[in-house]
Design a binder for this molecule. Structure first.
Ligand SMILES: Cc1cc2nc3c(=O)[nH]c(=O)nc-3n(C[C@H](O)[C@H](O)[C@H](O)COP(=O)(O)OP(=O)(O)OC[C@H]3O[C@@H](n4cnc5c(N)ncnc54)[C@H](O)[C@@H]3O)c2cc1C
Length: 482
């Protein structure tokens, strides 16, 4: 430990952000780099507990106390070595993970947890700055060939691990850039795209082949993979968006969040979009339906595009600020999260009757103007009451119906499962009851075909995609060397 009892001396401090006024003018990352003093003090808060609950709470099993210790002692290269043992892409999770490790931090029982995620990011960035993060090509090749379909975090992690084990790896990606949701879903203000690209370059240098602009099941027959490769890993994500089939859903100006975010990420990257296809919030009253990460990303994007007003509504109840009795430490805290996008929207909010974020609201219908464009939405407030089976049930509150003028509606209510049409149908894979690819220890009903990430577990988190990418690589390696 760098400083014994550091947690008694230093309080938790959040990362410094650029001011709201400055950051909404661009799509660059919101957070500023860390200072030396910050990193020393925050890493010194780690108590090096006998039982590291942070480690058990982390899906990739990050060895947080070990690297906190190295950082507080200034031993950065050793910190990176330990971090790289468990996580291929700490520069992704250090920016984007909801940090279940911090939910498990023992200091969090009666104080605020250690800023584990920030330390993780600092170690990774130092690794890049110092040139310690390098390509690690395998010394020998096995001669086996593996195809990975999808280049999101699951596909990238699987590809890197399999390649480092000596197999030849080809990654098929239908987009023009590798990175999955990290590139064409999550906005630049959360992760700038060169950060993803430097990892793709690292994989290329290690010997991984990327076959872009190629959709398996459309541009490249899926059954050819079975003939041409010794094993196949499907990591195509879970992109089938959940719809809201209410009256007026087909009006112009109502879009899935992913249509909106993907287009804007493309525009930031310099792509041209025809005027008639452009989905833009400038001067509009924007309604985001869905209270999760995707919804928050729409809020931040609409603010940057110059929306006149941004509202985000959620069907579920407002989470409490603190842990409730049924959500004790060391569980992941199901508490109210305020993203940087929400902070921005609050600064520009003008409407006093309807907040930027509202909970317990059920959408009834959308109404349009004479040109078929959405002009308002009607909804009702609901309450959540515990039923006889102990589960909460929704009840509409009589007389609480209301309407709101809106010009752009973004549906961010999640993803139901992977797309079935195309690759999955052609391969004839079994699906589970939720419509994800069914697998036993990552292996599908076809011997040679494995599955990982959102395509396997349903829409989830980057950290889980990395875990699954690493684990599927182990299973494929065992299969190939059997
Ligand atoms: C807007 C948004 C914000 C999010 N924010 C966060 C966050 O802050 N933190 C967090 O932890 N998680 C976040 N997530 C979730 C996270 O992005 C996903 O859980 C994660 O990316 C899943 O990784 P994956 O590799 O399984 O799939 P994906 O990242 O979806 O990648 C799948 C890839 O496969 C490709 N593909 C699919 N089918 C084919 C085919 N037939 N042929 C070729 N290529 C194919 C796709 O084009 C895509 O590139 C967010 C998700 C969204 C939508």
């Amino acid at each position: 430990m760098g400083e014994l009892g550091g947690f008694l001396k230093y309080n938790r401090k959040e990362k410094n952000k650029r001011s709201v006024q400055e950051r909404v003018k661009d799509y660059k990352e919101v957070y500023k780099p860390f200072g030396k003093k910050y990193l020393y003090e925050q890493s010194s808060r780690c108590m090096d507990c006998g039982v590291p609950f942070c480690n058990f709470s982390c899906p990739v099993d990050n060895l947080c106390p070990e690297w906190n210790d190295f950082v507080s002692n200034g031993e950065w290269e050793k910190a990176l070595e330990v971090l790289e043992e468990t996580n291929n892409f700490p520069d992704f999770t250090g920016r984007l993970c909801p940090a279940p490790c911090e939910g498990g931090c023992v200091l969090g029982i009666n104080d605020l947890p250690v800023t584990i995620k920030n330390i993780e990011l600092a170690i990774s960035e130092k690794g890049w700055e110092e040139g310690w993060i390098k390509a690690k090509p395998p010394k020998v090749r096995t001669g086996k060939k593996v195809a990975v379909v999808g280049s999101g975090p699951a596909g990238l992690a699987a590809a890197q691990e399999l390649n480092r084990k000596g197999h030849y790896v080809s990654v098929f990606e239908r987009d023009d850039k590798a990175g999955g949701m990290l590139v064409y879903g999550i906005p630049d203000f959360k992760i700038e795209k060169w950060i993803v690209q430097r990892r793709v370059d690292q994989l290329r240098e290690e010997g991984v082949e990327f076959i872009l602009n190629t959709e398996v099941g459309k541009d490249y027959p899926a059954h050819r993979l079975e003939e041409e490769y010794d094993a196949v890993v499907l990591a195509g994500g879970a992109r089938e968006a959940r719809d809201l089939p209410v009256y007026g859903r087909d009006l112009k100006g109502i879009h899935y969040a992913m249509e909106y975010l993907t287009q804007q990420n493309g525009v930031v990257a310099g792509k041209e979009v025809a005027k008639e296809d452009r989905i833009e919030a400038k001067g509009k009253k924007v309604l985001v339906i869905g209270g999760g990460d995707t919804g928050a990303d729409c809020v931040g994007t609409a603010t940057r595009q110059g929306a006149e007003a941004v509202y985000q509504i959620e069907l579920l109840e407002k989470p409490s600020k603190d842990r409730t009795l049924d959500n004790p430490w060391p569980q992941f805290p199901q508490t109210l999260k305020v993203s940087t996008s929400h902070q921005e929207a609050e600064v520009f909010a003008k409407d006093e009757d309807f907040g930027v974020r509202e909970w317990s609201i059920a959408t009834k219908r959308f109404l349009g103007d004479k040109d078929g464009k959405v002009k308002s939405f009607e909804a009702v407030r609901v309450s959540w009451i515990e039923g006889e089976d102990g589960r909460k049930q929704m009840e509409e509150i009589e007389g609480s119906e209301f309407s709101l003028d809106v010009d752009l509606v973004l549906l961010a209510i999640g993803f139901v499962h992977p797309e079935h049409e195309g690759m999955l149908e052609e391969l004839g894979l079994d699906l589970d009851e939720r419509g994800n690819v069914k697998a036993d220890n990552y292996r599908s009903n076809k011997d040679q075909i494995f599955v990982a990430g959102d395509m396997h577990r349903g829409a989830s988190l980057i950290v889980w995609a990395i875990v699954e990418g690493r684990e599927v690589a182990e299973r494929v390696d065992e299969y190939l060397l059997d």
